[in-house]
Each structure stands twice: as structure tokens, then as C-alpha cells.
Design a protein around this ligand. Structure first.
Ligand code: CAA
Length: 259
């Protein structure tokens, strides 16, 4: 499939990589780009040989936010009528295999929100995160006021959302937004290594792990633990559980078959 605003490739026959590709606009996210991103991720999710996905941008920008030029003339009837954001930005939430955000450069507004919709963020040391929508007379609209406080706590989320300031990669890692920070020229190597590690595990277990961690943000503790416990029990019905434990006991490498 050919795309206009993204490129896609498969690495090592098992990692699906989507690169946002509107360099002149610092990867500002327009509707077409979000349609393409959703379609590409869904195609990778449906491909049995893909075990993990990466969403990335350029060295200068992961994404500088929603496309302000496109939004500037819209009124309420346009955005409500077309169900702006909900219509296509949230496709990524339906992806069941792990998705890593490889973030370099500007990661602002909708860009930061997109990165937070991924399962975890690995940041280059030049990354700059922020929710600057307040400067435009609006607020974050793709989950920023909800996912950011869950990631970094209320104080820092309020600070970022109300001042519109950017935070650098070290602050983002300290605050819990990025899982690790690496040198910018090592970003893709590091993210790919993490993705390949995930691909080596059984897909049923990685999908269950993702589903269970995500449930922590959707439920109370008792319900979340019950959800985890049932998935944990269910995995004992898989060949991969037999294989993983037999491999450990017999001191050999496991060969998971996703069944
Ligand atoms: N939308 C559209 N175009 C954008 C853009 C955006 N979000 N961000 C940057 N661009 C464009 C600029 O207009 C510029 O285009 P031209 O060369 O045609 O003028 C080009 O990208 C390069 O940008 P700058 O010249 O501004 O580059 P810079 O290095 O001086 O500054 C920046 C970089 C600090 C990221 C600055 O571009 C900026 O502040 N961008 C806007 C960030 C922002 O406000 N994001 C939030 C958008 S609203 C949102 O996302 C809503 C939501 O929650 C869903």
C-alpha cells in the first residue's frame, strides 16, 4: 500500500515501522495522515509475522501537533459534525500488539498525545515534549489532559498544560513520560532492539500484558487485579506457556509459536 504522509517498512521480517512524513510541517498531524497511520497500524496488527510496531518521526520532529493551518478556519459545526479526533486519531487504541513511540525532536500538542497513545515512549536526548494548545486559545483535545496526568502526575501536567512550556527528554524521563532516553543517533537502534526483544516472546502473552497494563488506567484496583488474574490463568491454556516454562527448566531458548 502506498501512502502520502507516512512511510512504512518492516524490519527483520517482524517489526512494523511507521514514519510520519510531513517534514516541511514538522509532521503536523492532519486528517489524511491520521487515516494513513491508522490504516498502516491496523495492517501490521493483522499481519501474523509482525510482533511489535514502532511509530516515529524525523530527527527534528516526532510531530509538532495537530495541523494548525487546517484547524484555523474550523468552527464548532465542523469539528463536532465530523467528530474531529475521535473519528480517526483513536484507531491506535484498538491496536492489540505493542506499539513503541520513538521520539526525537519536537513532540508537541497532538504529537505528544499520539506518543502517549503508544504503549511506551523511548526518547532521543533532543526530544522536547509539551502541550502548548493553551497558546492557541484551546486545550489538548486528543487525550492530553487525561493521559499526561496519569503519566507525570497532576502538578507537572497542570504546569505543562497551563503554561504551554516544553520539557526536555531528561525531565520527561524523570517524570515518567519517557521510559528511557538515548543519544539521538542511537534512537532507532535502541527502539528496534526493544521491539525485537518483544517479538521474541509469544504474541498471546505480549498482547495480554499490554491489555492488562492498560486496564490499570480504566478500572479500580480490585477489578484490575481480577482482570490480570484471569488473563494470567488463561495463558496456562497456551502452548507458549508450556514452551516457555519447559525451555527454562531445560536451560534452552524458548521457541514461541503464538498459540
Ligand atoms: N501545524 C501546522 N504547521 C506547523 C505546525 C503545526 N502544529 N508546527 C509547525 N508547523 C509548520 C510551521 O508553520 C512552519 O511552516 P512554514 O515553513 O510554511 O512557515 C514549519 O512547520 C516549521 O515551523 P517553524 O518555522 O515554526 O519552526 P521552529 O523551529 O521555529 O519552531 C515549533 C518549531 C516550536 C515546533 C513551532 O513550529 C511551533 O510552535 N509549532 C506549533 C506547536 C503547537 O502549537 N502544537 C499544538 C497544535 S494544536 C493540537 O495539537 C490540538 C490537539 O490537542 C489535538
Amino acid at each position: 500500500m502506498s501512502y502520502e504522509f507516512i512511510t512504512t517498512r518492516i524490519e527483520a521480517d517482524k517489526v512494523g515501522i511507521v514514519t510520519l512524513n510531513r517534514p516541511k510541517q514538522l509532521n503536523a498531524l492532519n486528517g489524511e495522515l491520521m487515516d494513513e497511520l491508522g490504516a498502516a497500524l491496523k495492517a501490521f496488527d493483522a499481519d501474523p509475522k509482525i510482533g511489535c510496531m514502532i511509530v516515529t518521526g524525523s530527527e527534528k520532529a516526532f510531530a509538532a501537533g495537530a495541523d494548525i493551518g487546517a484547524m484555523a478556519s474550523w468552527g464548532f459545526s465542523d469539528v463536532y459534525g465530523a467528530d474531529y479526533i475521535t473519528r480517526n486519531w483513536e484507531t491506535i487504541r484498538s491496536i492489540r500488539k505493542p506499539v513503541i513511540a520513538a521520539v526525537s525532536g519536537f513532540c508537541l500538542g497532538g504529537g505528544c498525545e499520539l506518543a502517549m497513545m503508544c504503549d511506551f515512549i523511548i526518547a532521543a536526548d533532543n526530544a522536547r515534549f509539551g502541550q502548548p494548545e493553551i497558546k492557541l486559545g484551546i486545550i489538548p483535545g486528543a487525550g492530553g489532559t487525561q493521559r499526561l496526568p496519569r503519566a507525570v502526575g497532576k502538578a507537572k501536567a497542570m504546569d505543562l498544560v497551563l503554561t504551554g512550556r516544553m520539557m526536555n527528554a531528561d525531565e520527561a524521563e524523570r517524570a515518567g513520560l519517557a521510559s528511557r532516553v538515548v543519544a539521538v543517533d542511537k534512537l532507532m537502534d535502541e527502539v528496534l532492539a526493544a521491539a525485537l526483544m518483544i517479538c521474541d516472546y509469544g504474541q498471546l502473552a505480549t498482547m495480554a500484558a499490554k491489555e492488562s497494563v492498560n486496564r490499570a488506567f480504566e478500572s479500580g484496583l480490585s477489578d484490575g487485579i481480577m482482570f490480570e488474574r484471569r488473563l494470567f490463568h488463561a495463558l496456562f491454556a497456551t502452548q507458549d506457556q508450556k514452551e516457555g516454562m519447559d525451555a527454562f527448566v531445560n536451560k534452552r531458548k524458548a521457541n514461541f509459536v503464538n498459540a
